[in-house]
Design a binder for this molecule. Structure first.
Ligand SMILES: [Zn+2]
Length: 52
C-alpha cells in the first residue's frame, strides 16, 4: 500500500503495477483521517493506492 499526494498519484499507481503486477485500487483518504505523508514528497497524502 502506498500513500500519495494529489501530484504523485500517477507514480503510485505505476509503482503498484510494477511491483505487484496487479490492478491498483485507488481510494481517497478522508481529510479528517489523513495522517500519512506522501511516499514521494513531504506533502500530506490524499490518496491510498493498494494492491488487491
Ligand atoms: Zn507527493
Amino acid at each position: 500500500m502506498i500513500y500519495s499526494c494529489e501530484e504523485h498519484v500517477d507514480i503510485a499507481l505505476d509503482d503498484i503495477v510494477d511491483k505487484y503486477e496487479t490492478y491498483p485500487v485507488l481510494s481517497q483518504i478522508p481529510v479528517d483521517k489523513a495522517a500519512a505523508s506522501c511516499e514521494y514528497c513531504e506533502k500530506q497524502a490524499v490518496y491510498m493506492v493498494a494492491n488487491k
